[in-house]
Design a protein around this ligand. Sequence first.
Ligand code: SAM
Length: 271
Amino acid sequence: MTSSSPPPPASAGHDPHDHADRAASFDRDADVYAQVRPTYPRDAVEWLLPAGARRVLDLAAGTGKLTEVVVGLAGAGTDVVAVDPSLPMLAELSARLPGVATRQGTAEHLPLPDASVDAVLVAQAWHWFDADAAAAEIARVLRPGGTLGVVWNDRDAEVDWVARFGEILHRGDRLEPAAGHDALTELGGRFTAVEAETFRWVDRLPSGALRTLAGTRSYLLRLPEAERETRLAEVDALEATHPDLAGRTEIELPYVTYAFRARTRGAVPPR
Ligand SMILES: C[S@@+](CC[C@H](N)C(=O)[O-])C[C@H]1O[C@@H](n2cnc3c(N)ncnc32)[C@H](O)[C@@H]1O
């Protein structure tokens, strides 16, 4: 390429409908992800985290959105390790949570010894895993009777502007965004029956943040540059014209948090 050539679009060579490519899309703009993606409600994390857990794995930890809540709840004396395949995401996590150990790895090949943690938590990521391989690996690293907790934040599409926002983000998206919710009911014989709970809450974002939030979605990250810009302009127009958004200094974005938990089968050894 000559010095006068324009840079290739960030999405060059990427396929927005390829599952593995989408799963790897989060390397881009980890700092922006950390700023605008939602946290997880404290009561949901309390529900997921077993009492007395001393060693917790945040799997697919990303920039540490869930890790931060876990650290706040668990307090001193609990070791939290964060695993993710993306080094840029882990670097952002370390900058925000310097006391948390990080390891590069995937759900299908966990870089931890057998029976080494009391809980494995997964936020907004189970749908990127090979579910069978991940369930086997998670069962391996959990102590007998240890807890797997899986959580997703879904925007509450019962609210009109939120439904319109979701339509802009996912129009043409052939990878079903909520597919992972059902997959969890099939963990295989290694775990007890899955328990489920939902939590409703509202995230507060500064005006203009909807464009930024949209830009962190894996489908948009993998769209060709021009198409992504068209979508982002639609998001701007929604924010400028919808009666629930126009002229506001703060956006109230309602979420439904879906939480699932199960325990590995087997005796719980004394601590
Ligand atoms: C939507 S982000 C969620 C990050 C974080 N848990 C949160 O809630 O903000 C999905 C994360 O899954 C990671 N990921 C993708 N495929 C993975 C795999 N096979 N095993 C482990 N992590 C994976 C990505 O690198 C990314 O950090």
